[in-house]
Design a binder for this molecule. Structure first.
Ligand code: NDP
Ligand code: 2IT
Length: 451
């Protein structure tokens, strides 16, 4: 089909999505990025068109929005908004994280839930897609305040989730502490000890390697991309953004594989350590971010390196970039700078960290570029393995889980190559992930009738 006809079809489809979901710009962005790849594929496979699979897949099965009142340490009532978007259950129960961040709204959670459907399909495990969270900001709150918020949040969420229905996990602002409070409240309300959440503590049903999984998986995936060019992490300069869960373990694995990670960031700025963030300095980052809950600026003060207030790291010269903070953190101009400075591999650890303009730059320059739904799928994959261990009531060793994670990342890479390889041999990982993730879910929906 001609290019301009396909473009018209894309525009018509997007016009309907925008009219139905007014103002939800992140959701529009995520849908557009996917249907751009899918419309040509669907034209060649009309069974999906006739069954209106795309129209169905862009409408969540269910969206729950609720009030979350809680008492702060001064005894004052605070009111937040809670969400759970149950997007698609064609291939398994809804699965996806809970984001706690002041910017959370329906658009952000619909974009994340939509992405999760394709990501979970790519993992090879039987998981549908969902996402939830709240505009609650855990930053600056005491442990007790976080606990009271989590208990109130779960008091409502409990009605909609379950180990065979919907299994939430962590995301931005939701780590081991929050999952603990949420699990404790679920257990009180249901009188059940089940695998209803993942990312649990090791001595109460958690899986080894779950904390590491997203960051490690991202580096495993980047390594697979590098191998296609006869390259590796050895001796490469690596930029990482963020300094939370994903960034920390991406730094650890990239360093283990011989890379030199020179940046980390948070929402206030970034640090540049030209000597590299070695194991000892990374231990400090773990302490700074996970125990002290401080700012990345303190790293610069401790090690006497540069700190760039209010800036992002993409202007530093590198070979590999791993964005691990948040959505739309690399714009078109920054992407141009990265490529101009010699960066030839971008592996997304965050969800949708590159703007559409940035993605265009990466694809136009034919560098190795992996979308988050492929390269950050390690986290939800080990969540899936945590569910398996919970069902069996048997824990696996770290080696076993890590090997399974590694195999899953390799399998996702192969799927991307299968569906994304173009005539000239260039692998469009975005297209590969979108089509590869789509086929399994779409076929399941066809099998299950008009649901
Ligand atoms: P954390 O909360 O542990 O860390 C988030 C990091 O990103 C912090 O350094 C934070 O800085 C920074 N950040 C958050 N929001 C912004 C912002 N608006 N601008 C700049 N920096 C920001 O979250 P995770 O590491 O778990 O998540 C990071 C990304 O990875 C997210 O996109 C998430 O969806 C994705 N992801 C996470 C998975 C997981 O298993 N945890 C799995 C797959 C994807 P600050 O402290 O200043 O807020
Ligand atoms: O975006 C993601 O894949 C996650 N935040 C992890 C979800 C999960 O269920 O482990």
């Amino acid at each position: 089909m001609k290019e301009n006809v396909l473009k018209q079809k894309l525009n018509d489809f997007m016009a309907k999505v925008i009219a139905k979901n007014p103002g939800e710009v992140e959701f529009h962005q995520a849908v557009k990025e996917v249907v751009e790849s899918l419309i040509p594929y669907i034209e060649e496979h009309p069974k999906y068109k006739e069954a209106k699979i795309l129209e169905r897949m862009t409408e969540p099965e269910r969206t729950i929005i609720f009030r979350v009142p809680w008492l702060d340490d001064k005894g004052e009532i605070q009111i937040n908004r809670g969400f759970r978007v149950q997007f698609n259950s064609a291939i398994g129960p809804y699965k996806g994280g809970l984001r706690l961040h002041p910017t959370v709204n329906l658009s952000i959670l619909k974009f994340l839930g939509f992405e999760q459907v394709f990501k979970n399909s790519l993992t090879t495990l039987p998981m549908g897609g969902g996402k939830g969270g709240s505009d609650f900001d855990p930053k600056g709150k005491s442990d007790n305040e976080v606990m009271r918020f989590c208990q109130s949040f779960m008091t409502e969420l409990v009605k909609y989730i379950g180990p065979d229905t919907d299994i939430p996990a962590g995301d931005i602002g939701t780590g081991g502490r929050e999952i603990g409070y949420l699990f404790g409240q679920y257990k009180r309300l249901k009188q059940e000890f089940t695998g209803v959440l993942t990312g649990k503590g090791l001595n109460w049903g958690g899986s080894l390697v779950r904390p590491e999984a997203t960051g490690y998986g991202n580096v495993y995936f980047a390594n697979e991309m590098l191998k296609t060019k006869g390259e590796s992490f050895e001796g490469k300069t690596v930029l990482i953004s963020g300094s939370g869960n994903v960034a920390q373990y991406a730094t650890k694995k990239a360093t283990q594989l011989g890379g030199k990670v020179v940046t980390l960031s948070d929402s206030s700025g970034f640090i540049y350590d030209p000597d590299g963030i070695d194991e000892e300095k990374l231990e400090y980052v773990f302490y700074l971010k996970n125990t002290k809950r401080g700012r990345i600026k303190e790293y610069a003060e401790k090690y006497g390196v540069e700190y760039y207030e209010g800036q992002r790291p993409w202007g530093i010269k590198c070979d590999i970039a791993l964005p691990c903070a948040t959505q739309n953190e690399i714009n078109g101009e920054e992407a141009e700078t990265l490529v101009k400075n010699g960066c030839f591999c971008v592996g997304e650890g965050a969800n949708m960290p590159s703007t559409p303009e940035a993605v265009e730059v990466f694809l136009k320059n034919k560098i190795l570029y992996s979308p988050g739904k492929a390269s950050n799928a390690g986290g939800v994959s080990v969540s899936g393995l945590e569910m398996t261990q919970n069902s069996m009531r048997l824990p696996w060793s770290a080696e076993e889980v890590d090997k399974k994670l590694h195999d899953i990342m390799k399998s996702i890479h192969s799927t991307c190559v299968k569906y994304g390889k173009e005539k000239d041999g260039f692998v469009n990982y975005l297209k590969g992930a979108n089509i590869g993730g789509f086929v399994k879910v779409a076929d399941a929906m066809l099998d299950q009738g008009a649901v």
